[in-house]
Design a protein around this ligand. Structure first.
Ligand code: CUA
Length: 443
């Protein structure tokens, strides 16, 4: 036995195992999975996908040509029986035809990739000035000034460790971790960071752009084709009316959906849990959503006056006993210290800005920046799961998303409640459950 033979055997065994395990690795891939870039649902994602495929075709061509030549040479100059001396083929080094030919074909391959790349950079860099995407063109907009009406819908995405705030400055509303956009319309995103570098990535709709502290980046996104793009796609002449119903069918079948995004830049312990969701709806549904989101939270006693409720609750907390919604709201505003970081529009004292806006938290399909899911099969809210998630999250958020700023245990904001302090009085699980019951009513 030669000395190297043993290690050779180990290596070949390893390769055999690796080859056998390869299909297992591929089962983790799904062509149309939630965050697949191979299933584009908007023009920007489509441009990027096409660019990727051009690169793939070029690489496959090179692989076949170079690999084919290699196999041919190996086969042609193989050792034959009865021919102990393998002749060394003539060396073509320095042959000008081959040298120049190889350089020229490499440059040609690069040009094939470079031209569409530069085109794609221009397209994604310049926001299309499309009249049907102007706010005034589709949005009733009673709260828009005339100047704003002609602007494209703008969403300000702010990254925090580890969640997202989405503000619609023209419409005067803010939401957290989930936002809604109308299908087929150009949307301008303003990207800002409140702490470290994050990256906005909504794979099926657009590529990534970083959120950098002290610098405003922007990108434009669009879910689904506009009517004219769709006509073009169908091989129909542009601006032709009469196909609106088919276009609506296309949106219904292909575009209206929940899309899943992810922070794509390492930003600390819980970077992997910094997700978000984007719901794409029809313009009519979008308007209804805006009107709903602009409503302040009702007072906990069923929609009366917040001031009066506060005076009653603070004056005689025992009057709330037996009503978990009112008790929960009371705990949220007093013992829970929640109001230091969270805002609930309507409440006179919950005006925090460090955490997500909770005015409509009950209407969101997830919690903890998309990490805890409670979306039902039909896209609505699974109330039982939502309640469970709220209780688990508020009670033990550090176990779920380590390092977040929510009060809890040893790693929490020590200056709010120190667990070693004999006077410390943390929330019990029963109290947390009541807070969750109230938060669920914020829809
Ligand atoms: Cu934010 Cu990673």
């Amino acid at each position: 036995m030669f000395p190297g033979q043993n290690s050779l055997r180990i290596v070949s065994k390893f390769f055999a195992l690796f080859t056998l395990a390869l299909p297992l690795l591929f089962t983790g891939c799904a062509w149309t999975g939630r965050t697949s870039t191979l299933d584009p649902k908007g023009p920007i994602a489509q441009i990027q996908f096409d660019l990727f495929m051009i690169t793939v075709y070029v690489c496959v061509f090179l692989f076949v040509v170079v690999g084919g030549a290699f196999l041919y040479v190996v086969w042609k100059y193989r050792e034959r029986p009865g021919q102990p001396e393998t002749p060394i083929p003539q060396n073509s080094h320095g042959n000008p035809l081959i040298e120049i030919g190889l350089i020229a074909s490499s440059v040609f391959m690069l040009v094939i990739i470079a031209v569409p790349t530069v085109q794609a950079i221009w397209i994604t860099h310049d926001m299309p000035d499309r009249p049907d995407s102007h706010l005034g063109a589709y949005y009733g907009g009673e709260f828009l000034s005339p100047g704003e009406e002609e602007e494209v819908l703008t969403i300000r995405a702010e990254g925090y460790q580890w969640w997202w705030a989405f503000e619609y400055p023209q419409l005067g509303l803010t939401t957290g971790n989930e936002f809604v956009i109308p299908a087929g319309k150009v949307v301008r995103l303003e990207l800002r960071s409140k702490d470290v570098i994050h990256s906005f990535w909504l794979p099926k709709i657009a590529g990534k752009v970083d959120l950098i502290p002290g610098r405003n980046n922007w990108m434009w996104i669009q879910a689904g084709n506009s009517y004219n793009e769709w006509l073009l796609d169908q091989g129909l002449p542009p601006m032709q009316e009469g196909h609106r119903a088919e276009y609506e069918n296309y949106l219904e079948a292909e575009v209206y959906d929940m899309y899943y995004g992810q922070c794509a830049e390492f930003c600390g312990d819980s970077h992997a849990y910094m997700l978000f969701r984007t719901k794409v709806v029809s313009p009519e549904e979008f308007e209804a959503w805006v009107a709903e989101q602009k409503q302040p939270a009702p007072a906990p006693d069923g929609g009366g006056d917040w001031g009066a409720w506060f005076a009653r609750a603070l004056g005689d907390p025992s009057s709330l006993a037996g009503d978990p919604i009112q008790e929960g709201a009371y705990l949220y505003h007093t013992k829970g210290t929640c109001i230091q970081c969270h805002k609930v529009e309507g409440s006179p004292s919950s005006n925090g800005v460090l955490g997500p806006d909770l005015t409509k938290v009950g209407s969101r399909t997830s919690l903890a920046a998309g990490w805890m899911d409670h979306m039902s099969a039909d896209g609505g809210i699974n109330a039982g799961k939502q309640y469970e998630n709220l209780v688990d999250w508020i009670y033990a958020s550090q176990d779920i998303k380590p390092g977040n700023l929510m009060y809890y245990g040893d790693n929490a904001l020590q200056h709010i409640i120190n667990p070693e302090d004999p006077d410390a009085n943390p929330l019990t699980r029963e109290e947390v459950a009541k807070i969750a019951t109230w938060l669920q009513t914020l829809q």
